[in-house]
Write a protein that binds this ligand. Sequence first.
Ligand code: SF4
Length: 413
Amino acid sequence: MNVYFHTFGCKANQYDTERVRQAFDASGATVVDDPAVADLAVINSCTVTNESEVKLRRLVRHVAKHGHAQTIVMGCAAALDDGAIAALPGVRAVVANADPANVLTAAGMSFPLAATRSGGQGVRTRGLLKIQDGCDEHCTFCATTLARGANRSRPVAELIEEAQMLAEQHAEIVLTGVHIGTYGLDRSSPPAATRRGGQGVRTFGQLLESLITAVPTVRFRLGSVEATEVDDTLAGLLIEAPSNLAAHLHAPLQSGANCVLKRMGRHWYTAESYRARIEWLAERLPVFGLGADVIAGFPGETEDDHHASLTLLHALPFTYLHVFPFSVRPDAPAARLPGQLRPEVIRDRARELRELGEAKAAAYREYRRGQTADGVVTGHRKGQIEVMTEDYLSVYLDTHVWDGRPRFEVTVN
Ligand code: SF4
């Protein structure tokens, strides 16, 4: 059976797709790049933006029109499907989340035992390690909690074993999940006296310490982490272990106005506490890649609130921004909040935020140009390699000047 895979959304989804792909591989299926030659298409869906669901429907129709493949839709949008996805042409099954056994069953295949220990190998050139799934928060713009359920941390020993396997093929491992800063908070047992081998790990920082001790040869990188969930252990590793942990933080801000944060249900930080944590880190990290997610035009956001976001973003040393114009997610409570803004207001505010993000990214690049960095090769394209620096800059080099090492000192160009 020829199987085509496509992933929408975040790194947690990429990780999940890879596990399903490995299960199909172990069952004797052949993975193909072109849906036109596939017997089955497996699409991992995302529900974070309206746009991702529009793209999902477009891809499902495209698969049905160009070839003979049936489609299985899995993931977050599938988990919340009210029948609309199931009714799309060629859809064989809609599978909530991305459990490999369930997807194989939906495809009429059995689950191979060999697939149960699979890690994230083969996900691009960097390895992905999903440390937890789900989230206990209820941000009003987010349907992820509904789709993925409560916080569930994976056992430390299992993560160490998977990281060791990944390290055989990857110079960098990205720690990913849905809300990784809450790692361990779903466990109630008291800590053991030692963390050797992972015993006694209760927090994300402690997990990272254990991983670095067990797998000292790779560079770890944090996926998206809330700024105020960077505890002293994590901060200490960022500052003191630069070869083990990339100096990069992607810390969702969403808004710089406290009243908007409150309406978003993001109760665990304020603009002031976010700023204090980032400034503390920035003072101690000579090189620091810093990104944030920001939502433009959340319901009830005033001009003053928007300017509070711009002011905060301006003041902090961001090196890039991910800006999301607010879009109504029918499953998320924000769809029913008063003060929904006109599309042109949302668009204009998103543009302003994006322009600020682009200006800050360009300024940081200029500042780093000519300096050396710790580079890991993350891709190849058209006679060039892409090298990712510790502070999340991409440097492109001609393949013929590369000596084949996966990690080396590179000059930012
Ligand atoms: S913290 Fe908020 S935005 Fe992030 S996954 Fe949880 S509910 Fe969604």
